[in-house]
Structures are given as structure tokens and as C-alpha cells.
Design a protein around this ligand. Structure first.
Ligand SMILES: Nc1ncnc2c1ncn2[C@@H]1O[C@H](COP(=O)(O)OP(=O)(O)O)[C@@H](O)[C@H]1O
Ligand SMILES: O=C(O)[C@H](O)[C@@H](O)[C@H](O)[C@H](O)COP(=O)(O)O
Length: 190
């Protein structure tokens, strides 16, 4: 049994939730909204325009894979290939490495084989600001985009084994979906 977790990553407004829905339909897989895994303290901080520290992010990042395993209802006895989709900004290499590490932990200590794949969405600053501004009922303010872009590290060449970068600037939702399907095919075969 293998569970592939598709992490739809990138800064606020890049289209994570939109792409996660498309990916979840394409793979007939459950979809976990990563923002729902934050502690109330983290949400209060972000709503007050205070960027999270790495210490704040750690328990959140560590909860991503276990939540996907639980949501997918896979156990060491399950058979076949399973998929789960989750949104998580995962802006820095070390955040993605934490997610990769928690996947290895599932295999080594829980007997559940988890592969992680990152669909990393990026867009120019103006696009992100405009989209976050339009988002309703969300705790993130548009100014948080600036701090996110400051710390963001696009997946490096050495991460190409499990990650694809998709620049969504100027692309319609249909064009983004087409790029996502292509990336899924590429990453399925590694
Ligand atoms: N390709 C696109 N072109 C234009 N608007 C988009 C596109 N993808 C998403 N949006 C819109 O941008 C806003 C942010 O998208 P969302 O999926 O919530 O991003 P995120 O989850 O990364 O914050 C939403 O209003 C959404 O409808
Ligand atoms: O779409 C968004 O509103 C953001 O991407 C949001 O998901 C936020 O990024 C995280 O909740 C954690 O914050 P960091 O990106 O600072 O780790």
C-alpha cells in the first residue's frame, strides 16, 4: 500500500484551495485544508498581522501528514494506491523537509508508506495582493503576502524529484488545471 500526499503549496492567494479541489477531483482523493490545522493561537497571530515564527509553524507542519493518513483511513493492512490532497504554504525548504520527515516517520514507525509530492504554485506580487484582497472571511491580511514573499524559497533543483513549480501569473483556472494535470503525471512516474 502506498499513500501519496499531494501538498499544494505557495503563498497566500496563489490558488492553493482552488488547485486542491481540482486535484482532489482528478485523483478521486480526499482534500484536507491545511489552514484548518492551525492552533487558535496561530490564527490569532496571523489575523493580527503578525507573521508566524518557525516555532509556531512546527506543530502545524508536523500535523500535515498524520492528518492525511487519518483522513485517508489507510492502515498497514490496506492495499493498493491511495491519494490525499492537502494545502500548506510550505514556503521554505526546511518546512518541506519537515513534511518529508514526518512521511518517513509514518513508514518507519507506523508501517504506512507515504510518498510526498509538492505542487508549488507561485505568482507575482501584484497578482497575489489582488487575489488575497478579494478573499472573503479569511484571517490572512493582504500585507502578509510581503512577509511571505520575503521568506519564500522556491523548490530547488535538488527537490525536483518530488516537486514541480507552477507559475500561475496570468493563467486562467483552466490553464492552471492543465499545468497541474501535467505536473501530476510527471510526479506520479518518479
Ligand atoms: N487562475 C486563477 N485566476 C484568477 N483567479 C483565481 C485563479 N485561481 C484562484 N483564483 C481566485 O483567487 C482567490 C484566491 O484563491 P485560493 O484558491 O483561495 O488561493 P489560496 O488558497 O492559495 O489562498 C480566490 O478568490 C480564487 O477564486
Ligand atoms: O493561503 C493563505 O492564506 C496562506 O498561505 C496561509 O495558508 C498561511 O500561509 C499559513 O496558514 C501559514 O503561514 P506561513 O505561510 O507564514 O507559514
Amino acid at each position: 500500500m502506498i499513500l501519496t500526499v499531494w501538498v499544494v503549496a505557495g503563498p497566500a492567494g496563489c490558488g492553493k484551495s482552488t488547485v486542491a479541489e481540482v486535484t482532489s477531483k482528478k485523483l478521486n482523493a480526499p482534500y484536507v485544508e491545511g489552514d484548518s490545522l492551525h492552533t487558535p493561537q496561530n490564527i490569532r497571530k496571523m489575523a493580527a498581522n503578525v507573521p508566524l515564527t518557525d516555532e509556531d509553524r512546527e506543530p502545524w507542519l508536523e500535523s500535515i501528514i498524520p492528518t492525511c493518513v487519518e483522513t485517508s483511513k489507510v492502515t498497514p493492512e490496506s492495499s493498493g494506491i491511495h491519494h490525499c490532497v492537502v494545502t500548506c504554504s510550505a514556503l521554505k525548504r526546511k518546512y518541506r523537509d519537515t513534511i518529508r520527515q514526518t512521511a518517513r516517520y509514518q513508514r518507519d514507525h507506523r508501517g504506512v508508506s507515504v510518498d510526498v509530492r509538492f505542487l508549488f504554485l507561485t505568482a507575482d506580487e501584484d497578482t497575489l495582493i489582488e487575489r488575497v484582497h478579494k478573499r472573503q472571511n479569511h484571517y490572512m491580511k493582504d500585507s502578509m503576502v510581503f512577509t511571505q514573499l520575503k521568506i519564500m524559497e522556491l523548490p530547488s533543483v535538488s527537490e525536483q524529484i518530488d516537486s514541480v513549480i507552477i507559475n500561475v501569473t496570468g493563467k486562467s483556472q483552466e490553464e492552471v488545471a492543465a499545468s497541474v494535470y501535467k505536473a501530476i503525471d510527471e510526479l506520479k512516474s518518479v
